[in-house]
Write a protein that binds this ligand. Structure first.
Ligand code: AMP
Ligand code: MG
Length: 345
């Protein structure tokens, strides 16, 4: 299959790209689209055949559910059944964080196909704030199922070039909307009625942090950990293989813990490239990639993480060594992804 790549540099090219995306989606084919988190592979969420194409292109196992994107805030009610006792918190979260990188897991409406939710009675719903994604989904006029536009078990793409690396020849259309503004997958929460405040269970850490969420409910982290240990089907996005480069990756707790083996070639994934962090001089690194040079800004590190991991993966080194990241803000989501990438070998 020939994969068309459309840019969105001018008004005219954007209009053409959006039209092309909408007609492809209406024809039941998947389209790779930019979102603020990572590129998504979108398909008509109500068309089972179109959804199957997404699974095929990604080689994604059918037990892994897709996130459903809606065109506007009110449309959450078209795809999810919101229990009365959660109505208030759902409204608050939607009003505060949408459009934006927060996915809310709720009981699904019956017309959402089982293919989308992997047979689960729940659906993860999100509204992207990416202007191109917004134009496409509004013109399309219905919900789009859109997981990350990578082959299963690989690093999520944060540019159109990365999507082409992943899916060239497997899908008909990629829309280039530039680099993703957040660079890391959406935060996923499940909600539970509880007194005095509802429980917010963080199923996947992301750009919306526990700190951002805590005024709306009681953050339940214990459940998250339990689910990770069991690989609970409730959030397969938590499986380690989702976030791993091909090159083995290790994250020592401190510089002292890293003892290089003679003859091995290493690359360093550094947070801010500072000598005082202790990693720069440990070995003759094949490459040092710095995520946020200088004093270090975690959101910037998040934006660059997958792009830089892809670059380091190309080097053919024996191992990528990742510096530890501060466990706060977006740093917690970065740590989460790196720990998972490190744990699978
Ligand atoms: P991706 O967009 O590729 O990161 O994949 C979507 C991820 O969203 C899945 O792997 C799950 O972790 C999560 N997800 C989607 N739907 C649900 C759901 N109904 N319940 C829990 N998690 C979900
Ligand atoms: Mg994914």
């Amino acid at each position: 299959m020939l994969t068309e790549l459309h840019t969105t540099e001018s008004e005219a090219t954007t209009r053409e790209a959006v039209n092309r995306a909408v007609s492809t989606l209406h024809a039941g084919e998947p389209v790779a689209l930019p979102t603020e988190t990572v590129y998504g592979l979108a398909a008509d969420a109500l068309n089972e055949t179109a959804v199957k194409r997404v699974f095929e292109a990604k080689e994604r196992p059918s037990f892994d559910p897709l996130i459903v994107h809606v065109p506007d805030k009110k449309s959450i009610r078209d795809v999810a059944e919101i229990p009365d006792d959660l109505d208030k918190i759902v409204t608050q979260l939607v009003e505060t964080f949408w459009p934006g990188p927060l996915t809310i897991v709720l009981p699904k409406k019956p017309h959402i196909p089982d293919e989308v939710t992997a047979g689960l009675p729940t659906v993860g719903v999100r509204m992207s704030n990416h202007p191109i994604f917004g134009k496409v989904i509004k013109a399309f006029g219905g919900p789009l199922a859109a997981p990350s536009a990578n082959r299963f078990g690989r690093v999520s793409p944060t540019s159109a070039a990365a999507v082409m690396d992943e899916l060239d020849g497997r899908i008909p259309l990629v829309i280039d909307g530039g680099a993703c503004a957040r660079g890391i997958e959406s935060t996923i929460v499940a909600l539970e009625e509880n007194e005095p405040k509802p429980l917010i269970r963080i199923l996947r850490l992301g750009p919306v942090t526990a700190d951002d969420l805590k005024k709306f409910g009681k953050i339940d982290k214990s459940r998250r950990n339990e689910a990770v240990e069991e690989n609970a089907p409730e959030a397969p996005g938590m499986l380690a293989s989702h976030y791993a480069p091909n090159t083995p990756l290790r994250m020592p707790e401190s510089a002292a813990e890293f003892v290089p083996e003679p003859g091995k070639r290493y690359a360093l994934l550094s947070y801010r490239g500072q000598e005082k962090d202790g990693f720069l001089d440990l070995v003759d690194w094949e490459e040092i990639a710095i995520l946020s040079p200088g004093s270090g800004r975690l959101p910037e590190a998040g934006i660059r993480l997958y792009h830089v991991l892809r670059q380091l993966d190309q080097l053919g080194v024996d191992e990528i060594i990742a510096e530890p990241f501060p466990d706060r803000g977006v740093g917690s989501a970065i740590l989460d992804r790196l720990k998972k990438a490190a744990s699978i070998r």
